[in-house]
Design a protein around this ligand. Sequence first.
Ligand SMILES: Cc1cc2nc3c(=O)[nH]c(=O)nc-3n(C[C@H](O)[C@H](O)[C@H](O)COP(=O)(O)OP(=O)(O)OC[C@H]3O[C@@H](n4cnc5c(N)ncnc54)[C@H](O)[C@@H]3O)c2cc1C
Length: 429
Amino acid sequence: MAYHYSDKTLPTVIVIGGGFAGLEFVKKLNNTPFRVILIDKRNYHTFQPLLYQVASAGLSADSIGFPYRKKIGPFPNIAFRMAEVERIDPAEKQVITSVGTMQYDHLVIATGTTTNYFGNANLEKWGMPLKTISDALNMRSDILQEFEKSIVTETLEDKESSLNFVIVGGGPTGVELAGALAEIKRNVLPSDYTEIDRALMKVVLIEAADRLLSAMRPASSKAAQKYLEKLGVEVKLNTIVKDYDGHKEELLLADGSILKSDNIIWTAGVKGKNIPGLPESAYGRGGRYLIHRTNAIQDVTDIYALGDIALVQGDTQFPNGHPQVAQVAIQQAHQLARNFMRQLKGKPMQPFRYKDKGSMATIGRHKAVVDLPSFSFSGYFAWYIWMFIHLMALVGFRNRFMVFMNWMWNYFTYDKALRLIVRPYQKPN
Ligand SMILES: Cc1cc2nc3c(=O)[nH]c(=O)nc-3n(C[C@H](O)[C@H](O)[C@H](O)COP(=O)(O)OP(=O)(O)OC[C@H]3O[C@@H](n4cnc5c(N)ncnc54)[C@H](O)[C@@H]3O)c2cc1C
């Protein structure tokens, strides 16, 4: 029997956010006796792990975004609303959105995270984040504009500032972006920007901890650093950024030293993108919702959280919550959908158990690091594994095909071909 969204006798499930968690959850509720509404402020899903390749002109934006309606349009019991959820009223079981108020029986919050500048207003103003496709396009424009600017500026100091790319945060995003920028310096500047003295372009990666990729094993951190340094990236460990003066283009470090740079890329942290309206006790560390192992948010009824925004309590293997990665989001989504079906049959919900399948990061051509649950490896083979897994994880055949073709092009030509300044980036004043 086909269930239809227009059947108001079915319980209404509202899902806020169509990232890895929200989209996976609604897909699992296809053709089930629920009336499902997916709300997202954008009309497309973003494949965040490849944002850095859009930012570094290796991939086009539309090959890592996927329209929600294309995915769920064919599912009769699921509707999409493009709206921003502003507030939740748990007493009335309502969500208040930019397009009106909606009533739910069950609410699932999967709003992910936003960039965390740890309260520094200057870094928030001037630092470039990498969380959305817009961020990636801004960054791409900015990098290319700085190349153009460096050619026409007079003084060596200004040229150096334009060509100094400082990435703060040595997690996977910072590492992968640093590798991609180093490849631009190595492969693109000598052929297309012959007026730029290549030696002036610098890529600096700053990390507060004593190693890169601190969520991975030490051997992988070491390999990643070695690969980056071979590519010419300057890796600064145990280094804390204090402040940034965007007018003087000066980055102040905790040891008092100053780095001159017009380009501060901030990948040093995230915080939960929670929505107001729930009791204080529902919000935990890092802006995440405190949830039981069934993904139910504590101290409210019929409200659940999934993915990056959810801080699971009571899992002895992960006493500080699960890592904010795609696999956790996907596995939680599957478990919650199973639990919704169990509830329909009068069965109790089962707790979420994370199956760690490993983690990985790539550092330019032919180099990647992979941590599997029992061992780690790096190099050529890791790079192929990285490519295969990311290709398969993309939503939609067209996107997989486009990404594959682009990668082939980049591989054989050594080019990052998508170097258009379509939408010039305006630096803040
Ligand atoms: C640059 C980058 C690289 C990454 N690389 C990797 C990687 O290699 N491997 C890995 O496993 N993980 C990676 N991650 C982390 C991974 O992307 C996240 O763990 C995952 O996206 C979490 O999924 P989610 O569904 O919880 O949130 P998201 O995917 O962030 O989705 C949240 C959704 O909610 C919507 N939303 C937010 N607030 C509202 C609102 N108020 N109203 C309506 N809609 C709203 C947003 O538009 C968005 O679509 C990376 C993240 C980034 C930023």
